[in-house]
Design a protein around this ligand. Structure first.
Ligand SMILES: Nc1nc2c(ncn2[C@@H]2O[C@H](COP(=O)(O)OP(=O)(O)OP(=O)(O)O)[C@@H](O)[C@H]2O)c(=O)[nH]1
Length: 325
């Protein structure tokens, strides 16, 4: 017997805009509705940090160390197919890397092996309000973020807590100028009430015209080439020194994340750095992770980073070695 087709939502948005935060919210909302959810994640780098937020009983496929755009588009179709074949699901959320173009993800979801199995419902693009408003980025990066908005069915202007109330309407207007079809919501921590998503007829289907307008072929050439480097962090580090070091790296880093131990407080910390804002949170979920830091940027220098990190760890006296926790 043929299975019913699975709804697909594609979460797009630049690095650190809040896609994983949104995913966490959506998983909770879908669970309340009793829908069976699967998740497919694509992260740059060899280590998945974002998957730590996915409840362990949620079917999950991860694609690491490559961006959907250039290296693993075929892999995405395959993993999606596996997820559908291995589990009875109502909906799958795809969190693409912040460097993926939505069209490339849609392309992978509409591969012939999937055609009768999926129903691509919407591209949801998350925008970091402050980053969008300040526009402190290269022209290439600006163009890229515009593309992510242009192909969205829903745009969430996230992190409204980080900008003045008065600029929110300006941000909304500028987004409407790029895409006047999308549903736009202004949110904080991706708190959103997407009740219309499952009301038949109201969710915008991803229009087939999106595949033929513009010069679709150029996307592959336009996408960003980001460098990702990761390091194990074998010793606890000093929070203040770490934050100062990050401050000096501002401008070079688009995004950083990882798990670390801190000198002054026992226990593992989840570290997030997006658009110059570092956040350290106690990590107390059910999965175990080795301490590691992942850095993403356009021109980042592995040797420099390594040197800096080594210095930070060297400042720690031996008694603070990890195994003392
Ligand atoms: N102040 C503030 N921080 C937020 C908000 N939403 C998310 N964050 C934080 O921003 C950081 C990055 O959020 P993520 O959800 O991991 O971003 P992402 O888009 O999944 O990041 P990548 O997967 O690396 O592209 C985390 O520390 C979040 O807690 C918000 O509305 N306000």
């Amino acid at each position: 017997m043929n299975k019913q087709s699975v709804d697909i939502f594609i979460l797009s948005g630049f690095l650190g805009s809040g896609k994983s935060t949104l995913l966490k919210e959506l998983i909770q909302l879908e669970r309340k509705k009793g829908r069976r959810i699967g998740v497919l994640m694509n992260e740059l780098g060899e280590i998945s940090i974002d998957s730590a937020i996915i409840p362990s009983d949620t079917p999950l496929k991860e694609m690491l160390n490559g961006c959907i755009c250039c290296t693993i588009q075929g892999e995405l179709s395959l993993q999606l197919n596996l997820l559908i074949e291995e589990h009875e699901l109502d909906v799958i959320y795809i969190e693409s890397t912040g460097a993926a173009h939505p069209i490339e993800v849609i392309d992978a979801c509409t591969h012939p092996i999937l055609a009768s199995k999926v129903n691509v419902k919407a591209v949801i693009t998350v925008v970091n309000a402050k980053q969008w408003y300040e526009k402190k980025m290269s022209i290439k990066l600006k163009k890229f973020m515009v593309e992510q908005v242009k192909y969205a069915d829903i745009v969430l202007i996230n992190k409204k807590d980080q900008v003045e109330e008065s600029v929110l309407s300006l941000i909304k207007e500028s987004i409407k100028e790029i895409n006047d079809q999308a549903i736009i919501s202004i949110v904080s921590f991706a708190k959103w009430n997407p009740s219309f998503l499952d009301v038949k007829g109201q969710t915008q289907e991803v229009s087939s015209t999106k595949f033929v307008d513009d010069n679709h072929n150029s996307h592959v050439h336009n996408h960003l080439h980001l460098r990702t480097v990761s390091f194990p962090v074998n010793q606890a580090i000093d929070r203040i020194q770490f934050l100062h070091w990050l401050e000096r790296m501002k401008g070079q880093l688009f995004r950083a994340k990882g798990f670390i131990y801190l000198k002054e407080t026992p226990g593992l910390f989840l570290f997030n750095y997006a658009y110059g804002e570092p956040v350290l949170e106690r990590y107390a979920l059910d999965k175990k992770y080795d301490p590691v830091l992942v850095f993403i940027g356009e021109d980042i220098d592995r040797v420099d980073l390594e040197k800096g990190l080594r210095k930070l760890q060297a400042k720690i006296v031996c008694s603070n070695k990890l195994d003392s926790f």
